[in-house]
Design a protein around this ligand. Structure first.
Ligand code: NAI
Length: 329
């Protein structure tokens, strides 16, 4: 079984190569290029391709992969909003994902961002390095006895809910399906009530048509003044222009984003020498109460090892024609 591994980074090889020893029938060729229509033809002769969150796995890409004989798309991530699932089904290409490889990895970063923006840790770090020991601009609030609102209480949302409980917070949640594992300490409320009551709002639902731009100015106006917003799920859950409008209305004590709308093209690239031409991200970064990280929620040792193991098991299952819970097409 031959896999062409797109957009391979050093850390990918470090987790996949040792895992390959447990899957002797599989070989991997790693390439730097991102998967998109222009690079899809490189997969000629491979059984499967492996791609990540910034790949363009749209209709055109899938058609080329099909033409080149690729039967399986292995997504080495949980979200798959960048895959045209209907097209894959139509072409008979099997798409497998890695759900829930380490919910705590993402949830712990979400709390890290919440703390960092609350206590302005990024400012404090730089101030002390500059011999500035003043406290100006650093005052935060206690999380203890405040209300955390979790939007999407699946695997990552549940891990975040447990962390917030550990901080002594009251935890409320919004989801179409109540998670029975959280029934002892999470109160389910409507989305509007969650916006109105929360001191910390953390987004953990997938990006769907129904969740696209769920954080817009109308909903921001329903939030408490001084709320903290954290998004570690998908950038387009938040309308960036309207978030900026909300920041200018002084709604937020802090905003922590591991994902943002303009991230495609940036994710895992060093663009420090480039001039940003039309970036609303630059505008966001100009605010003192915003911190952005670059889609690093998954980036822990444990999560990377779990991703490698499950992706290779997905390949084995695909080869045997076995349908599993990891199939999305
Ligand atoms: P999950 O499938 O376990 O949970 C998602 C939850 O959202 C489910 O309970 C579902 O019912 C709920 N949901 C669906 N539509 C909703 C809506 N309209 N409103 C509220 N809730 C809704 O998924 P998991 O593993 O917790 O991942 C959540 C998201 O986190 C993924 O979709 C992915 O986009 C993102 N993610 C980000 C990573 C990062 O590195 N920053 C890494 C991994 C995942």
């Amino acid at each position: 079984m031959k896999i062409l591994f797109y957009a391979a980074k050093v850390y990918d090889k470090k987790s996949f190569d040792p895992a390959l020893e447990r899957f002797p029938g599989i070989t991997i060729d790693y390439i730097d290029h991102e998967l998109e229509p222009m690079t899809a033809a490189l997969a000629d002769g491979y059984d499967a391709i492996c791609a990540f969150v910034s790949a363009d796995v749209g209709a055109k890409t899938l058609e080329i992969l099909k033409e080149k004989g690729v039967k399986t798309v292995l997504m080495r991530c949980a979200g798959y909003n960048n895959v045209d699932v209907e097209k894959a089904k139509e072409l008979g290409i099997c798409v497998k994902i890695v759900p829930g490889y380490s919910p705590e990895a993402v949830a712990e970063l979400a709390m890290g961002l919440a703390l960092a923006v609350n206590r302005r840790l990024y400012k404090a770090y730089n101030k002390v390095r500059e011999n500035d020991y003043s406290l100006r601009g650093l005052r935060g609030v206690n999380f203890y006895e405040k209300t955390a609102g979790i939007v999407g209480t699946g695997k990552i949302g549940a891990a975040m809910a447990r962390i917030c409980r550990g901080f002594g917070m009251k935890v409320i949640g919004y989801d179409m399906y109540e998670n029975p594992a959280l029934k002892d300490f999470v109160e389910y409320v409507s989305l509007d009530e969650l916006f109105a009551r929360s001191d910390l709002i953390s987004l953990h639902c997938p990006l769907l048509d129904s969740t696209y731009h769920m954080i817009n100015i109308e909903n921001i106006k329903k939030m408490k003044d001084g709320v903290i917003l954290v998004n570690t799920s998908r950038g387009a859950l938040v309308d960036t222009d309207e978030l900026i409008e909300g920041i200018r209305l002084n709604k937020f004590l802090g905003v922590g984003l591991d994902v943002y709308e303009e991230e495609t093209g940036n994710v895992y690239e060093d663009r420090s020498d480039e001039i940003m031409m039309h970036s609303v991200t630059a505008r966001l970064l100009s605010f003192p109460n915003v911190m952005i990280t670059s889609h690093q929620g998954f980036y822990t040792l444990e999560a990377l090892n779990a991703i490698a193991e499950t992706t290779l098991q997905n390949m084995m299952d695909a080869d045997k024609g076995e349908r599993t819970k990891n199939d999305v097409a």
